[in-house]
Design a protein around this ligand. Structure first.
Ligand SMILES: [Ca+2]
Ligand SMILES: [Ca+2]
Length: 119
């Protein structure tokens, strides 16, 4: 498997885009939970976890859309509609059964979260 974390980031970025606040000001306000004009470590952690759960929901919705035949797996043919997934297909297909399950997608998302959280 090559660069699973970068692959995961590339994968979730288009889906999560709409869940992110627009503009730096909105982001700061969203992070400054108690409105004291400063972002504490706890507020930052809480903001990240909120954003990640929004990303997970966005990915969930995207999964349903991409899984055209609703069999719970994204096939290579279905993935072809989304270049970011199609190009990462083999890396994301952890059990090599030729389909991407929601669990496999969420696992990739978790790895990306772990990397971001460690920064
Ligand atoms: Ca399918
Ligand atoms: Ca699989």
């Amino acid at each position: 498997m090559k660069m699973p974390v970068l692959v995961a980031l590339a994968l979730i970025a288009p889906f999560a885009a709409h869940a992110q606040p627009a503009g730096a000001g909105a982001t700061f306000d969203a992070m400054d939970g108690n409105g004291d004009g400063q972002i504490s470590r706890a507020e930052y952690a809480s903001y990240l976890s909120q954003r990640f759960s929004e990303q997970a929901e966005a990915m969930d919705a995207a999964f349903e859309q991409i899984d055209a035949d609703r069999n719970g797996l994204i096939s290579k043919e279905e993935a072809a509609a989304v270049p970011a997934i199609a190009s990462a297909f083999d890396a994301l297909d952890a059990n090599k059964d030729g389909g991407l399950s929601k669990a496999e997608m969420q696992d990739a998302l978790s790895k990306a979260q772990a990397l971001q959280g460690a920064n």
